[in-house]
Each structure stands twice: as structure tokens, then as C-alpha cells.
Design a protein around this ligand. Structure first.
Ligand SMILES: *Cc1c(COP(=O)(O)O)cnc(C)c1O
Length: 411
């Protein structure tokens, strides 16, 4: 063979007998076929077959299958982010004239997507109180095609009655989607409670190392497979095998990371719950957290993400006081090995419910560092907020203008 050909054509090294535990990264756009007949009939290879890199590689299929089993669904689709999972789950099904009824406490970029893009397509977005089945039923009409849930809700942590919502939807022939990013399939399995599809921000706990963005949609019904496959292909949506391999690798420690985050979060919450600056802590394992009884009934555990509602007088001092933290980092997203805090505005992301508490909730994501260092950090933070509150210093401004400044930064 000519050298110029040899540098292009690669010999196939033997793979038989090479049973590595790690999942190989299969990179491909082109997939070649044994003969012209195989190429001509590639469209008939089915969900398991390979025809083009965009439609799946052994690496992405491995991750899809792993998630499908955990969720108890029939098929999983990987997408470039958790937000894409939510928007694609909606777009694949909704059509002009439909309406979608969305939990008021949904991830804020989901609200943005519904208000801007769905509305532009002639799909109305209505928001319901996530804790009120009556409110949900009141908003449903014969044009309602989908109910969107997120349990617990972003920032304010309301656990929803998914089985009851599914019962309403079934009776009326409406689809139910649920964003399960906080719980992960280890702590809640929405499909086993009857939802039609579940989305995950794999970016968070499942990948777990704050270095990759990915989302998944797992479907519960075989008849939806062709709808999603078609939509994803026509829109050209897929993920890289390198990213899928990072998620596969991170996922192996999901169980112990979640357990560790939960245990450390429980210890931290116990230490701050009764602090004079704290109004309440929003975390489903706590009896006073909204939907706690539903969490106890339907979930098998909790993650280490919770919200702190401070008393009215100290809200303005939270943000400047964050600078004393040394182990906790300040940043968006959560669910990684590293502990994070982020002050979250609530009111401007609520239209169906009334948030009458102070308008910054401090979201805390507890990672896997030594608990002692995290507790020291928390003590220093609370001491600093106390000192600032006592002195009446306002730091970088009042909480309202701060909420407005960060409102459009999404996650
Ligand atoms: C972060 C988050 C997402 C989006 O995940 P990305 O991969 O960052 O787009 C979706 N849903 C919830 C509840 C989230 O917290």
C-alpha cells in the first residue's frame, strides 16, 4: 500500500480479549458499511443500530442504557444540557394552539423558554401553584397538552404530589413531564409514579464534577420513541462521546457522593436551623419544608442542596458576607464535589404563587469536602452576617436591586 494511503487507512487492532472496565470513547461522524446493500438499508437498523455519529455511538448508547435502567423507562435521549432536556421534551410534543401548564417553581430558564419561545410558536404557558392540585385543575382546559413538574421546585423546594398529578392527567389524556435533577434517579423515580417522561440535568449530581454539561430525557412509553428520535435527528441534536464518557465515569460514584453530600448537609442544617438569623431552611427532609410528607412517601433520599431563608433584616448583608467563605465557592449550578453557595432571587420567577418572605434565598450545595471545614465556613458566614446586621451596614446595596442584577443570569 502506498504510504500516502497507509497514513489514512488505519488497521483494526484486535479488540477481542480486551475487556476493560472503562467505557471506550467512540468518536465518529461517519460509520462505514460492509457493502452497498448494508448502506442502502441503514435506515432499517432500528434503535439499537448505528448509521451516523449524530444518532448514537457505543459510548452514548452505553450512557443512555444506564440511565434508562435507573429511571425504569424504555429509552433515554442525551442532549447538550439539562435545560435542553426540558425544552426538547416540550417542543417534541407541543403544537400551535396547545397550552402547557407549568409548575410555578420550575427552573427559571424553563419559564423563560415557555414565555418566549413557546409563546412565539402559539403555545400558551400557564403557571400553577406546585402545592395545589385545585389550582392545577382550574388551569387545565381542552387545549392543555402537557403538565410540567419539577419536584422539589427550584430554590424554594416544594415537593409535588406526582401520583395525584398523574391521575388528573391520565383522566384527561394529558402528558406529564418531570424535571428530576435535584433527586436524581437514585432518590426519586418519576416514571414509576406514572410520568410520561423524566428529564435530568446530568451536569449536576450525575456527572458530579462541574466539568461537563449534559441532559437526558427518559421516556416511559414505547410509542414516544419515534417522536423523539425524529425530532432529535431533524434538529441535529446529539452529544459528544467524550462528554458522555465523562458522565459515565462520574456516575460510578453517584451513590457515595450523594450519600456524603446528604450526611454533611444534614449536619450543617442541624447547626444553622435554629440560628437567630434564620427564618427557615428549605430542604425536603425537614418536617417544616413544603411537601415534606410527600417527600417521605415518594422519595428514597435527599441530595445535599437546600435553601436558607434569612430573617428580613439581614437579607441585604448575605451577599457581601459570602466573601468570607473559603471552602464553599460562590457559583451557579450545584451537585459537584465542591460545595457551592449562590444567592437566588425568588419573586421575579413566581407568577402563580406569592413569595412573601425576604427575596433572597441562599442556595447551598454541599459537596464532599471535610465536614469540619464546611462547618467552620458556615460559622464564619453567620458571624459576618450577624456583625453586618448589627452595624446596619448594607454592603453592596439593598437586596432588591441585587435580585434584579442577577435575575437574568439564568443558572
Ligand atoms: C441546573 C438545572 C437544570 C439545567 O441543567 P444544565 O445542564 O445546567 O442546563 C435543569 N433543571 C434543574 C432543576 C436545574 O437545577
Amino acid at each position: 500500500m502506498n504510504d500516502l494511503t497507509q497514513v489514512v487507512v488505519t488497521p483494526k487492532a484486535k479488540t477481542a480479549g480486551f475487556d476493560a472496565l472503562g467505557v471506550a470513547v467512540h468518536r465518529a461522524s461517519t460509520i462505514v458499511f460492509d457493502n452497498a446493500e448494508a448502506y442502502a438499508t441503514r435506515g432499517q437498523r432500528g434503535a439499537e443500530g448505528y448509521s451516523y455519529g449524530l444518532y448514537g455511538t457505543p459510548t452514548t448508547r452505553t450512557l443512555e442504557q444506564k440511565l434508562t435502567r435507573l429511571e425504569g423507562g424504555v429509552r433515554t435521549f442525551l442532549v447538550p444540557s439539562g435545560q435542553a432536556a426540558n425544552s426538547i421534551a416540550m417542543l417534541s410534543f407541543l403544537k400551535t394552539g396547545d397550552n402547557i401548564v407549568v409548575a410555578d417553581t420550575s427552573y427559571p430558564p424553563v419559564r423563560d423558554f415557555a414565555n418566549q419561545d413557546l409563546v412565539r410558536l402559539g403555545i400558551e404557558a400557564r403557571y400553577y401553584d406546585p402545592s395545589s392540585l385545585g389550582d392545577l385543575e382550574r388551569l387545565i382546559d381542552d387545549r392543555t397538552a402537557m403538565i410540567w413538574c419539577e419536584s422539589p421546585g427550584s430554590t424554594t423546594m416544594e415537593v409535588q404530589d406526582i401520583p395525584a398529578i398523574v391521575a388528573i392527567a391520565r383522566r384527561l389524556g394529558i402528558l406529564v413531564g418531570c424535571d428530576n435533577t435535584w433527586a436524581t434517579p437514585l432518590n426519586f423515580k418519576p416514571i414509576s409514579h406514572g410520568v410520561d417522561f423524566v428529564t435530568e440535568g446530568l451536569t449536576k449530581y450525575v456527572s458530579g464534577h462541574s466539568d461537563v454539561l449534559m441532559g437526558s430525557i427518559t421516556i416511559a412509553r414505547p410509542e414516544h420513541e419515534a417522536i423523539f428520535t425524529g425530532f432529535m435527528g431533524r434538529f441535529g441534536i446529539g452529544v459528544s462521546p467524550d462528554d458522555a464518557s465523562l458522565v459515565l465515569r462520574g456516575m460510578e460514584t453517584l451513590g457515595i457522593r450523594m450519600q456524603r453530600s446528604f450526611q454533611s448537609a444534614a449536619a450543617i442544617v442541624a447547626g444553622i436551623q435554629a440560628h437567630p438569623l434564620v427564618d427557615r431552611v428549605l430542604w425536603p427532609p425537614l418536617a417544616a419544608s413544603p411537601g415534606h410528607e410527600l417527600w417521605k412517601r415518594d422519595f428514597t433520599g435527599a441530595s445535599g442542596v437546600f435553601g436558607i431563608v434569612f430573617k428580613e433584616g439581614c437579607t441585604a448583608h448575605i451577599s457581601p458576607a459570602l466573601d468570607v467563605l473559603t471552602t464553599f465557592a460562590i457559583g451557579a449550578s450545584w451537585g459537584g464535589t465542591r460545595s457551592l453557595v449562590a444567592p437566588m432571587p425568588v419573586r421575579l420567577n413566581r407568577t402563580a404563587t406569592c413569595w412573601s418572605d425576604p427575596d433572597i434565598v441562599l442556595r447551598v450545595s454541599v459537596g464532599i469536602e471535610a465536614l469540619e471545614d464546611l462547618q467552620t465556613d458556615m460559622t464564619n458566614l453567620f458571624d459576618d452576617i450577624s456583625a453586618r446586621t448589627a452595624k446596619g451596614r448594607t454592603g453592596s446595596g439593598d437586596s432588591r436591586s441585587y435580585a434584579q442584577t442577577i435575575s437574568r443570569t439564568g443558572e
